[in-house]
Design a protein around this ligand. Structure first.
Ligand code: DAH
Length: 339
């Protein structure tokens, strides 16, 4: 009998039940009136008196172990059922896909980061502007073609309410509200009345830079732009400055970088020249400083302006700039960035 008790004890310790039905059949098998353990209790009567104490103890042990095991299985089955029934009705039925940053945002942030390392801070201004901030203060003569309906969007009958055509208007805002030294970077959207094509749009984005202090020179400008070009397009990038004209800078220049596709050897992208234009720049015209209330006898400054779409094209070779505003996720998903 002792053998049988030991056998059953081992068996009972290893019991498993997946559901309530399994568990009930185990209970019947061992502990019901006709169960195996109950029938051992019946046999107990025939155990000799000397063995009664020892066997009785073993038998009680067996019964308790079986009962505990069954209780334990019962509570784990109940817990499992609770878990399965726990419905989170606030969960979305489909996983939410992680978005990507817009390529123009990526490039804008990278430009801001690079100039940030040179001490430039972000400044912003309104997109709906007046003539003075966009043109007059920046030395545009009254008959300048940029003021024309052909280029500028006027949004009311009042010719003094217009959409800015360049972020140089933020220069005006900063110069009229801050004292030098000024070192700002002004990213933003600008508007021009252009026919939309793969290479022109009626809105696009620019970043303007402005640095005003005592003794700011053209050499400072050149050094800052060289640093930018190398950081943005790689250490091997060269720059060249060509004389140009802007009403608000004197002297003015346009900057080319060595073509980042062919490394300057000449390719279809740079039309065989080895150079691609990326920005306009120059020393702030003393007239501009004076009209914004900064003494041009004490201070000098430089400014530069670039198109974010242009820089993005150079970095990612986007052939058609309409893609930037079409919201096609197949295009947008390709841009993954740390920025
Ligand atoms: N505002 C000019 C444009 O929209 C770009 C520009 C050129 C900005 C030269 C500047 C500059 O600050 O110095 O074409």
């Amino acid at each position: 009998m002792k053998e049988r008790i030991k056998e059953l004890l081992e068996e009972v310790k290893g019991l498993q039940a997946l559901n309530k039905e399994d568990l009930e059949s185990l209970r019947i098998k061992y502990l019901s009136k006709k169960g195996e353990i109950t029938s051992l209790f019946n046999d107990f009567r025939s155990v000799s008196n000397e063995q009664k104490r020892e066997v009785g103890q073993l038998l009680n042990d067996l019964k308790n172990t079986a009962q505990n095991k069954i209780d334990e299985l019962k509570s784990s089955i109940e817990n499992k059922i609770d878990e399965e029934n726990k419905l989170d009705l606030t969960r979305t039925p489909d996983p939410i896909e992680l978005g990507t940053r817009h390529p123009l945002s990526i490039v804008k942030t990278e430009i801001a980061d690079i100039f940030g390392r040179l001490g430039f801070v972000i400044a912003e201004g309104p997109e709906v502007e007046d003539d003075w901030h966009v043109f007059s203060a920046l030395n545009f003569p009254p008959e300048h073609p940029a003021r024309d309906m052909q280029d500028t969007f006027f949004i009311t009958r009042d010719p003094d309410v217009l959409l800015r055509t360049h972020t140089s208007s933020v220069q005006t805002r900063v110069m009229t509200s801050q004292e030098p030294p000024i070192r700002v970077l002004c990213p933003g959207r600008v508007y021009r009345n252009e026919a939309i094509s793969y290479r022109a749009h009626c809105f696009f984005h620019q970043v303007e830079g402005l640095y005003i202090d005592k003794n700011v020179s053209f050499a400072d400008l050149k050094q800052a732009l060289l640093y930018f070009a190398k950081e943005m397009f790689g250490e091997g990038t060269k720059i060249r400055l060509r004389p140009s004209y802007f009403p608000f800078t004197e002297p003015s220049a346009e900057m080319d970088i060595s073509c980042n596709l062919c490394g300057g050897k000449g390719c279809p992208f740079c039309k065989g020249t080895g150079w691609v234009e990326i920005l306009g720049c120059g020393m702030v015209d003393p007239n501009v400083l004076d009209s914004c209330g900064i003494d041009s006898k004490v201070y000098t400054g430089y400014a530069f302006g670039m198109g974010i779409e242009r820089i993005t094209n150079l970095k990612y070779q986007v052939k058609d700039l309409r893609m930037f505003s079409e919201n096609d996720v197949r295009f947008l998903n390709q841009f993954k960035s740390a920025y």
